[in-house]
Each structure stands twice: as structure tokens, then as C-alpha cells.
Write a protein that binds this ligand. Structure first.
Ligand code: BTN
Length: 266
């Protein structure tokens, strides 16, 4: 796949609207264990305003999905966690928080680079490489979401990744120039607020259609592994109401997969 930087990207950031409340209450640390850990602790003890964010230059214990570590060199990338209260969102619909965060970061990266996709559930891919990871952690109240922490790690200016990371990439490795992290932060806040407000206004169909239209490998046959490591061919057809990945497998049946139940062969 051909990966190209967009041509007009240095100048037109001015056209991006400012967020009204997302990222306005901003808690900054030069260094912290993990912005997600801090944010989860904060919402458990206090009631920070909707859209509050914790942002840092460096995490000593950055958290990824399924207990993985999130790598990011000092000051090179966006490391931020936002706190929201989507309290009318049902627990059964919590995947929409993955959808809105994936769409927001996709929009931002697409400002600089073409052909950006969301790899289910919400990794941001440039070609076959991962440019961003998002860790959504929810606190439930009965059948509803009391609060959510949306932690975003977006590789902006990093050029040398540790050799043991499977397929990392940064935006600047494609554009060829460094990008100000603060600009990226404002842009992410604005797009996240846009999609969060769509969710608050129950625009579920719109969000789902947007997500599916950006989904990595949708309607393409490719190789996957199941939870016992068995390799199979599949074609992603969509997501089910719980956000599980739906895939047609080579005998024609459509199966739903949870997060730990499928691996992408890349
Ligand atoms: C993934 O594994 O893909 C999710 C990575 C999420 C990393 C971000 S960096 C900012 C925030 N703080 C964390 O500890 N994790 C998230």
C-alpha cells in the first residue's frame, strides 16, 4: 500500500475549530506513572469537570491494552487521558466510546497522512503499522456508564522505536517534519468533543457508519489467528451490537470475536 503525506498540511490547522470544554481543564505533569492511572484515581476521589484531561511528556508505567506497556520517548508524542461522564450511555453500548475515540484520532492523523484506518477495536493504522493506541476504561453505575477515561497514545515525532515493538510508526516519519505536540493535542480535543457530542445526541447510526467506513481490512480477505494460535482466513464484515468483530470465515459462516479471541496476521 502506498503511504503518502498530505500536501497542504503545514498551513491549514487554523481551520480546526477549538473545543469548548474538552481539554480545557488540563492537568499537566512533566512525568507521571500513567495518565490513565492518574485519571482513574482522580474520578474515583473527586468530580473533575467533563472533558478534564491529564497530559504528560513521559510515562514511567504507560499502560496498553491487556496489561501491555506503552512505550513513548520523552516529549516526542501525545500522551493524554480525557475524563467524560457519558451517563446516559448503557453498559451494553459502551463500545461507542471506542468508536468515538478511534474516529477522533483517525481524523487527526488523516490531517497529515492519507489512508488512515482504525484497526478494531481502536488502534490507528498508517498502512500496516500502528500510529496510535487508545485505552478506554469505564466505571459503571448500574446499567449505565458513570465515567470513562479515554487514554490516547499517539506517535507524533518518535523516530526510533524499540526493536521488540511489532509494527510501530509515527506521523512525522511519513511527513518528514516534526509536528508540535500542543497543536496535535488541541486538534484531538476538538475532534473528540465533536464525536462525544454526537454520542450524547444519540447519533448511534452515524457513528457506527463512520467507524465501519474507516475500519482496517473491512471487506478484505486476510489471515488471522484464533485464541489457540490456529491460523485461518477471514473477511471482516462489521461489528455486532456489543462491538465484537464480525468475520466471515472460509466456510462461509459469520463469527463474532471478542478482543482476546482473534489476532491479526500482519
Ligand atoms: C494500546 O495498547 O494500544 C493502548 C495504548 C494506550 C496508551 C495511552 S498513552 C496515554 C494513556 N496512558 C496510559 O497509560 N495509556 C494510555
Amino acid at each position: 500500500m502506498l503511504i503518502l503525506p498530505r500536501k497542504d498540511t503545514k498551513t491549514n490547522l487554523m481551520s480546526i475549530p477549538e473545543a469548548l470544554f474538552t481539554g480545557k481543564n488540563k492537568i499537566y505533569y512533566e512525568e507521571i506513572s500513567s495518565t490513565n492511572i492518574y485519571a482513574m484515581d482522580l474520578v474515583s476521589k473527586t468530580n473533575p469537570p467533563d472533558g478534564t484531561c491529564i497530559i504528560t511528556d513521559y510515562q514511567t508505567a504507560g499502560r496498553g491494552q491487556i496489561g501491555r506497556y506503552w512505550h513513548s520517548d520523552v516529549g516526542k508524542n501525545l500522551l493524554v487521558s480525557y475524563i467524560f461522564y457519558p451517563h446516559t450511555l448503557k453498559v451494553n453500548d459502551q463500545f461507542y466510546l471506542n468508536i468515538i475515540s478511534g474516529l477522533a484520532v483517525r481524523d487527526v492523523v488523516s490531517h497529515w497522512v492519507e489512508n488512515i484506518k482504525i484497526k478494531w477495536p481502536n488502534d490507528i493504522y498508517i498502512g500496516n503499522k500502528k500510529a496510535a493506541g487508545i485505552l478506554v476504561q469505564n466505571v459503571l453505575r448500574g446499567d449505565f456508564i458513570r465515567s470513562t477515561v479515554v487514554g490516547i497514545g499517539l506517535n507524533v515525532n518518535e523516530r526510533d522505536f524499540p526493536a521488540d515493538l511489532p509494527n510501530p510508526i509515527s506521523v512525522s516519519s511519513i511527513t518528514g517534519f516534526d509536528i508540535e505536540i500542543d497543536q496535535v493535542f488541541h486538534f484531538v480535543s476538538a475532534r473528540l468533543e465533536f464525536y462525544y457530542l454526537q454520542l450524547r445526541n444519540n447519533k448511534h447510526t452515524f457513528l457506527q457508519n463512520e467507524y465501519l467506513s474507516q475500519l482496517y481490512r473491512k471487506d478484505e480477505w486476510a489471515e488471522y489467528t484464533d485464541s489457540s494460535g490456529f491460523r485461518f482466513s477471514g473477511c471482516i464484515t462489521g461489528i455486532d451490537p456489543q462491538g465484537k468483530l464480525q468475520m466471515m470465515i472460509d466456510n462461509g459462516a459469520v463469527k463474532s470475536f471478542g478482543f482476546r479471541e482473534v489476532g491479526y496476521v500482519i
